[in-house]
Design a protein around this ligand. Structure first.
Ligand code: EPZ
Length: 429
């Protein structure tokens, strides 16, 4: 298994190109199942999860063609996928595929909406929390699907198609909102979603669906209205920049010190995180190229942060912020309200000399003068990159094991950081 070796203590300077968003790309690729025509997606990141989803869609009969390199393009350019679900030959999403990536459960929405049937494996457990899918099932049931659970599979049926209805989510769920919007796009009648997730990725998917001929309004607010249509067409859509990748590199610069342009980044996609970083002592300037982030010599100030749905501070940046606060001058508090088991990085950060106390969903981080390199273990996608951030400021060598977690959501991380001066390399096998 690949590992990553980092020698800390070097400031970062230069440019980091921000890739397309993983958490928009996955639902956008799944939305291709809603139409017989071709969906073309630009700015698609080269990630393990994208590759796995290609296989999952292929199992339903979907063809995915990746455009070859165009003149003048570099590895910094996202890839272009031509996705055609002209013929869906199988409406089953098997356990051995779904269990590898939870978001693939969302195929249930376009399959039931377009084909009137779907048999999708329950995703199973996850390192960061129980993560049930009861609200996703509730959403399609509200649109008239008959649901049975059998042998670990959700069997959904709507032979006469779905019908519009009212969906009120008792808690904000990103996956539930994607599922409801996709299913309602082909339902007969109007659907109203209350307490919908407002994440930018929801807006990006709704924009793409509207290009395909859907009638969605209010995406990005907590009340979304969808007037169902009989058929959707093809479209071309460019994936929005990854706000979690943006926030991650911004924290890496704040940790290591230096001055970096995060190219293509859009501040409005992660304003809450940028405000926290400014409060911690980093400076930033946004322009049409992206966000320029710097910290030179000023001490890091402690913060008080609670994760919550957009537009609040995202849970997917919690681990990265915790790593940063291990070097703050003072004590920080971070409360994780979205996932009940998202502190797996705490013991690994402690191996580098961090001082972190946990009390239920609350973490107390007492800043230390120095961190010291050590071998550490990645446990999930965001926890693994928090170890990389800590290692950039730790004295000596850190080896991060099980980096396959990183490859799921960060494109060419070592290359992007080493181009800015970090001493980081991948050790194969
Ligand atoms: C999406 O997961 C993201 N994944 C997650 O990013 C992100 O952490 C999460 O939203 C929150 O922002 C993708 O977009 C692929 P939820 P999702 O439904 O949709 C509970 C990453 O690192 N819940 O908004 O699965 C759930 O357990 C990943 O890129 C139910 O109880 O998250 C959680 O406590 C990790 N029943 C809360 O709601 C349900 O049916 C929010 O989960 C669904 C969710």
């Amino acid at each position: 298994m690949d590992r990553i070796r980092i020698v800390g203590g070097r400031p970062l300077s230069g440019t980091i190109p921000i890739s397309g968003a993983k958490n928009a790309t996955l639902p956008l690729m799944i939305a291709s199942l809603l139409t017989e025509e071709t969906l073309v997606l630009d700015n698609v990141p080269r990630l393990a999860d994208v590759g796995l989803l290609q296989r999952i869609l292929g199992n339903h009969g979907v063809d995915v063609m990746v455009s070859g390199k165009r003149s003048g393009e570099t590895a910094d350019h996202g890839q272009t996928l031509h996705i055609s679900a002209a013929h869906i030959v199988d409406t089953t999403a098997p356990y051995d595929l779904v269990s590898k990536m939870r978001a693939s459960f969302w195929v249930i929405a376009p399959l039931i909406a377009r084909m009137g049937e779907a048999r999708v494996s329950m995703p199973g457990g996850c390192a960061i929390g129980t993560r049930p899918v009861d609200l996703l099932i509730m959403a399609i049931e509200r649109l008239g699907a008959k649901i049975d659970i059998e042998g670990g599979y959700v069997i959904a049926q709507a032979p006469k198609g779905l019908r519009g209805g009212e969906i009120v989510f008792p808690k904000v769920t990103v996956g539930g909102t994607h599922t409801a919007i996709m299913a309602a796009s082909l339902a007969n009648g109007t659907t109203v979603i209350e307490n919908a997730a407002r994440e930018p990725e929801i807006v990006d998917v709704a924009d793409c669906l509207n290009k395909m001929g859907a009638r969605i309004s209010g995406a990005g607010t907590s009340r979304v209205i969808i007037e169902g249509v009989a058929k959707l067409g093809g479209a071309r859509h460019s994936v929005l920049p990854d706000r979690i990748e943006t926030g991650t590199y911004a924290m890496a610069v704040a940790m290591a010190g230096g001055d970096v342009l995060l190219q293509n980044a859009r501040p409005e996609l992660l304003q809450a995180a940028l405000d926290v970083l400014q409060g911690a002592g980093a400076t930033m300037v946004s322009n049409n190229q992206g966000i320029r982030i710097a910290r030179n010599g000023s001490a890091l100030a402690p913060v008080e942060v609670t994760t919550a749905p957009f537009p609040a501070f995202p849970t997917d940046l919690q681990a990265q912020l915790m790593a940063l606060m291990t070097r703050a001058r003072g004590t920080s508090h971070i409360v994780e309200t979205i996932f009940e088991n998202r502190f797996m990085h705490v013991q690994e950060l402690a191996r580098l000399g961090a001082r972190i106390q946990l009390d239920g969903e609350k973490a107390t981080i007492e800043g230390v003068e120095r961190l010291k390199g050590a071998p550490v273990m990645a446990t999930d996608l965001r926890a693994s990159v928090s170890l990389v951030i800590a290692a950039l400021a730790a004295e000596g060598e850190t080896i991060v094991n099980r980096v396959y977690h990183l490859d799921r959501g960060f494109e060419r991380l070592e290359d992007k950081l080493s181009r800015c001066g970090a001493a980081i390399e991948r050790l194969a096998g």
